[in-house]
Design a protein around this ligand. Sequence first.
Ligand code: SAH
Ligand code: SF4
Ligand code: F3S
Length: 441
Amino acid sequence: MRVFFKTYGCQMNIRDSEIMKGLLVRTGHEIVGELPKADVVVINTCAVRAKSENKAYSLIGRLKKRGFRVGVTGCVAEIASRSLKNLGADFVIGTRALTSIVDAVEGKIDLDLSDRLSEIEKIVDMFDNTSRMSQLVTVRTSKHHAWVNIISGCNKFCTYCIVPYTRGREVSRPMKNVIKEVKALSKSGYNQITFLGQNVDSYGKDMNDGTTLAELFRQVYDVENIKRFWFLTSYPSDITDELIEVVAERPRISRNFHLPAQSGSNTILKRMNRQYTREEYLELIQKIRSKVDGASIGGDIIVGFPGETDEDFEETLSLVKEVKYVRLNIAPYSPRRGTVASKLYNDDVSKAVKKKRMAVLSKIQHAIQLEMNESFVGKTVDIIVEGKTGGKSFGRTIDNRMIFLEGDIPEGECVKVKLNHATAGPIYGELVRKVVSEVAQ
Ligand code: SAH
Ligand code: SF4
Ligand code: F3S
């Protein structure tokens, strides 16, 4: 069958789509890039906010009207299977039942929310054994930059968040499997790897055998051809001194720490069940900056959490001004059914106030990014090209700044770029030369 995928949400979902596509291709199905060519459409959904969930519902409606067979996977599938069926979904597959995708597409089952993660692990293990097979099992989005899951699920239960309910508890992949996958990727021409987890620095906590993200970095760092390792997303209080040290000593590991603060107010952080205070968060950032040369910090903020006063919001603004994030995701609070916050607290910050606070925060962040980016003009940086758009090639620096340059440079190339024009978004520059040394910074 010809299958079209529409993927919403985070990198976890992108990776899950790659795995499902691989399972389908391996069993003789075809992945198509254009909707009209499809026999079946798979919508891989995100439930993090009402807006993302609603996108899935409206797409199902539109596709069913046009007569498509539609399957739903991902986070909405896990928590709202009945509504999805009522809307006309032909099959619904949960986040931990990815391996059912083939049976579902072939019309053999229409619902699977069971916990079959261990089966995926077996499959990944099996395919890790030879690079040829690992290419077959997953249809990767890029030929040069690979997402590698190291831990799934989350045990943190931030009061606003649906993820622990959609992805279940933390399960780490055995380090030997991850190492095998990285080696196979290196043989297949990949030069960038991103280790993924909802809480990537919890890696190994469920194993009690010395597995940690720091240890993983030590073990994979010298795998041939890998020029950059990234890791996403970090939970502030789980970052260890050991991890900071390992990153500090290894220039091919990204200098970017994505450390969502969510709020700058201790009252709100407590109500969110975030396990750190504003002061501890700022201390951590100072520590990272003092130890890791060229470190940059990314973040997420929720505005309008229940009970957030003007004073609480001011605390968030001052935190953002102090940290100077290289990138910041800002989202308005959205109550999620079943979460502690939705049960305990009224969604009492009005839509208008949330909107206003988003705008104020975005404006400040915009100005910070522009000022930071301007300080790069005149400098030369190394980037790995990740694609092209509008006649320009683009890539990122090792501290996660987006760089655009003229010309058609092949994806995966490491190049030196002299920066000459800054915006609050990308920095623009011109090609100096290709990088021959294997260390790209
Ligand atoms: N594990 C990461 C975040 C995963 S969810 C962490 O601990 O920070 C991605 C982002 O979505 C969160 O950082 C948060 O900013 C946002 N988010 C999650 N639940 C939300 C909700 N109910 N309303 C608004 N934003 C939310
Ligand atoms: Fe959600 Fe919190 Fe887990 Fe992040 S750490 S996924 S915000 S519960
Ligand atoms: Fe969305 Fe699920 Fe990711 S809720 S953010 S797709 S883990």
